[in-house]
Write a protein that binds this ligand. Structure first.
Ligand code: MUC
Length: 94
């Protein structure tokens, strides 16, 4: 199942610099591991915002929930999740 997820990040301004660096490194590792496994298909920066739009291809809602809850940055994010279906005008389906 495909999902588009918009993640808006808001890390506290007063977070310790070392703790922030470790958090962002853990987030990157977590994301790239799932990208290599094919569940996190793509990630795009939203221009001018500390936000991304990501495409996930996962077994179902429970798996997406598990992935999102496991994000190291989860406590500092808000998310908007859109389930995706095929579009009848998609030429790759012809
Ligand atoms: O920078 C972000 O958009 C937040 C985050 C989500 C995955 C990742 O590597 O960073």
């Amino acid at each position: 199942m495909l999902f588009a997820v918009r993640m808006d990040v808001s890390v506290p301004q007063d977070m310790d610099a070392q703790a922030k660096a470790e958090l962002l490194a853990a987030e990157k590792d977590y994301s790239q591991d799932l990208q290599r496994k094919g569940e996190w298909q793509s990630i795009w920066r939203c221009v001018g915002e500390y936000a991304n739009i990501s495409i996930f291809d996962v077994a179902g809602n429970e798996r997406l929930h598990e992935i999102l809850w496991g994000l190291p940055l989860f406590p500092y994010m808000t998310m908007d999740i859109t389930p995706l279906a095929e579009h009848p005008s998609d030429i790759s389906l012809d």
